[in-house]
Design a protein around this ligand. Structure first.
Ligand SMILES: Nc1ncnc2c1ncn2[C@@H]1O[C@H](COP(=O)(O)OP(=O)(O)OP(=O)(O)O)[C@@H](O)[C@H]1O
Length: 245
């Protein structure tokens, strides 16, 4: 009996989604409904693209996951936490547990590469001795071992995005959210960033990528959630960009 109990417990853990949207609607103060009754679940270790034309609600999804905004109705769970129950004092800590990268990189322009990444560790009070090991290790994974002392302005767009990825990943988050991570990059650098995201995903991080990049979505054959005017219109394993226009 004990044996079967353990198996079912294990299965239920495997099946717990890391992100769950439950009938989520978001209407902004202006009256625009950006999302209507959206439902989906993302499981541990998945790689998911979110696609859709401009204004279809993709960034709104990301902002909701980061609790930068709250839904008008419905519920959102991330790592089993109901985000509506997060107290104000818990929000900063919650966000630090989710890695995020944006189209615009958002690096500290007056700090070098090492400092940009080390900063993410200092705010969660990782001991200095540990930071000295962790930062070079992740910079090396990102192919930036020789760029520790460079300022962001001295790097190419692709390199800057790799610094942003290193910063998002140095604290070992269970989830990485990327909002148009290749929006400012040429095709070669875009592919490099996608290869890194795939590598990170293979190491166990759940990866969610919002993108307009049709070629990459079609090539990578991952799960694709397609939004249109705030409605989730398709959710396909090994999907393509087909419905997004
Ligand atoms: N802060 C806001 N206040 C009012 N309306 C907003 C706000 N943010 C977004 N919207 C509206 O909500 C809808 C969805 O916007 P959202 O930014 O989520 O779309 P998107 O799919 O990310 O678009 P894009 O691909 O252009 O970035 C749009 O109609 C937009 O104008």
């Amino acid at each position: 009996m004990a044996f079967s109990y353990n198996i079912s417990k294990h299965l239920s853990e495997l099946e717990t989604p890391v992100i769950r949207f439950d009938q989520v609607t978001k209407t902004y103060n202006t009256g625009t409904t950006a999302l209507s009754n959206v439902n989906f679940q993302i499981f541990k270790g998945e790689f998911v693209f979110i696609v859709g034309s401009s204004g279809s609600g993709k960034s709104t999804l990301i902002k909701l996951m980061l609790k930068e905004i709250s839904p008008t109705s419905g519920r959102i769970f991330v790592n089993r936490r109901d985000l509506s129950r997060l107290r104000r004092s818990q929000i900063a800590k919650y966000r630090r547990g989710v890695g995020v990268v944006f189209q615009s990189f958002r690096l500290l322009k007056d700090r070098n590469v090492y400092e940009n990444v080390a900063f993410a560790q200092r705010v969660i009070e990782i001991p200095a001795s540990q930071i000295k090991k962790n930062v070079p290790a992740i910079l090396s994974v990102m192919g930036l071992a020789d760029k520790h002392n460079s300022l962001p302005g001295e790097l190419s767009g692709g390199e800057q995005q790799r610094v942003a990825l290193a910063r998002a990943l140095v604290n070992n988050p269970a989830i990485l959210l990327a909002d148009e991570p290749t929006g400012n990059l040429d095709p070669k650098n875009s592919m490099e960033i996608m290869n890194l995201l795939e590598e990170i995903n293979k190491r166990g991080t759940t990866v969610v990528v919002v993108t307009h990049n049709k070629e990459i979505v079609d090539m990578m054959q991952k799960r694709v959630i397609t939004m249109n005017k705030g409605i989730l219109i398709s959710d396909e394993q090994k999907g393509g960009y087909t419905h997004a226009n």
